[in-house]
Design a protein around this ligand. Structure first.
Ligand SMILES: Nc1nc2c(c(=O)[nH]1)N[C@H]1C(S)=C(S)[C@@H](COP(=O)(O)O)O[C@H]1N2
Ligand SMILES: [Mo]
Length: 444
């Protein structure tokens, strides 16, 4: 497992905490961090530790002119395509060694602990490939619609990109996200517990426009099959209802073309539905009158239920949430004020409410939802908290606009049994120890 990234604001990773201790920067750094919260308002003052004002006036960092204030900067052309600061080099997608048998079938998790707001930067979007990613020349790519249509058609990228497009913000979550956590706390950080999750603004043509263009037979055509151009033979059945509702044949991601890892030049966006149906390198849509029972709908992506039967075609990602700060692997620098922040989402619509517990689920307070609160999108929540220095268990519990409430791990297991992998949307628990260290714990 890779090193943890420096956490934002008043958190530091374990290794950075050591560095600070060794270099004797401890007090100045703490003073700075705590002082920066005073601007947040008088209400927070109660939470500030007594040493908040101590460091300060003698701080060399602010009194001495720094080299970057006394030299010429870089010319613009130094970086025709921008990259993050070299001081952010720890913020990376990371693989979990041993999770897949061959490197081509792989997962790289998004570093949720280091992201702000709801949008995932393109270079940090999680990746899941069944047969590696492919680098397609868009001039060589074709997209076909066939099956129960009046006129089967083959489109070039140019054909598609002149059609009326839409841009919408949606989350994508792999059905296996949080899968290792069914029975116990399996992995250390939120990157690995929840990082098969991302949220972007996707741009493309609504699938309904293309089905109309080909004269899809909507009387007999009840399903569509989406097929990818990579070597994994990825095919997924999608209901005609969803296809006509909000499914997008997309080329854009956060204002630029999709990245090759995420399906360049074309992918299906199926809002609210598990990631596997968001077929990448999309080459074909077939209209049919029954589900196809493809390999990824029969052998894989089925839920083993307590009675021994498999549940098939469970595609909607139910309402779920997780605290990203503070989260596993981070360290609280000091007691006092601390903003708890996290993400909530629902495949059925908008998030209505998020409650946060700091005592392992006995008492709950309602968090602030940051705008925008969009349908089938990540929603950011925040809540003020004053840590008194004692061990606590932090949890978040989301509710969506249908009234569905995110279940406790035990509630989920009562219905789904112990042998499932997919669709674990149970409440996540983080334990804060007296030392300030945060770890992943399982609470029924
Ligand atoms: N053609 C194709 N599409 C695919 C896959 C794939 O391997 N091949 N993986 C699927 C799975 S399981 C998920 S979770 C998402 C991941 O999308 P991302 O890599 O852009 O995060 O793509 C889906 N679409
Ligand atoms: Mo997936």
């Amino acid at each position: 497992m890779g090193r943890l990234r420096k956490a934002p604001e008043n958190f530091v990773s374990a290794d950075l905490a050591q560095d600070i201790g060794k270099n004797g920067l401890n007090d100045a750094r703490r003073g700075f961090l705590l002082r920066s919260f005073q601007t947040a308002g008088a209400a927070l003052a109660t939470g500030l530790a007594g040493n908040a004002l101590a460091a300060g006036s003698g701080d060399e960092m602010i009194l001495t002119p720094r080299p970057w204030s006394l030299s010429l900067g870089q010319p613009v052309a130094a970086r025709p395509y921008g990259v993050p600061s070299r001081y952010e080099a720890n913020l990376q997608r990371r693989e979990s060694p041993g999770l897949t048998r061959v490197p081509a079938a792989s997962v790289a998790f998004a570093p949720l602990q280091g992201l702000f707001g709801i949008i995932t930067p393109n270079g940090l979007h999680f990746e899941r490939h069944h047969q590696g990613w492919v680098d397609i020349d868009p001039s060589q790519h074709r997209f076909m619609i066939n099956g129960l249509v009046a006129q089967p058609k083959v489109y070039t990228m140019d054909d598609l990109m002149r059609l009326p497009s839409v841009s919408r913000i949606h989350f994508i979550e792999c059905g296996a996200n949080t899968g290792p956590e069914w029975g116990n706390a399996a992995v250390p950080t939120v990157q690995y517990t929840h990082g098969m999750l991302s949220c972007c603004e996707f741009t493309g043509v609504p699938l309904s426009v293309l089905l109309d263009d080909c004269g899809a037979d909507l009387k007999r055509g009840k399903y569509v099959l989406a097929e990818g151009a990579d070597g994994s033979s990825m095919t997924r059945t999608i209901s005609m209802e969803a296809a006509l509702d909000d499914v997008i044949v997309a080329w854009g991601m956060n204002g630029e073309m999709l990245r090759p890892e995420n399906g360049y030049p074309l992918r299906l966006v199926v809002p609210g539905v598990q990631g596997v149906s968001w077929v990448k390198w999309l080459r074909r849509i077939e209209v049919g009158d029954q589900p196809w029972n493809a390999k990824d709908e029969t052998i894989h992506y089925v839920d083993l239920m307590p009675g021994g039967l498999h549940r098939q075609y469970t595609s909607i990602q139910e309402c779920k949430s997780v605290i990203t700060t503070p989260s596993g692997g981070q360290v609280l620098l000091d007691k006092g004020f601390c903003n708890i922040s996290g993400l909530a989402w629902s495949g059925r619509g908008k998030v209505k409410q998020v409650d946060v517990s700091t005592d392992g689920g006995r008492n709950w307070r309602t968090a602030r939802l940051e705008t925008p609160v969009l349908t089938k999108s990540l929603t950011r929540f925040n809540i003020d908290w004053v840590w008194d220095g004692s061990p606590v268990i932090l949890q978040s519990r989301a509710q969506d606009e249908t009234g569905y409430v995110q279940p406790r791990a035990g509630q989920l297991r009562d219905v789904r049994g112990t042998r499932s992998i997919y669709h674990n949307n149970g409440i996540q628990s983080w334990r804060v120890a007296e030392s300030g260290e945060v770890s992943n714990v399982h609470v029924e």
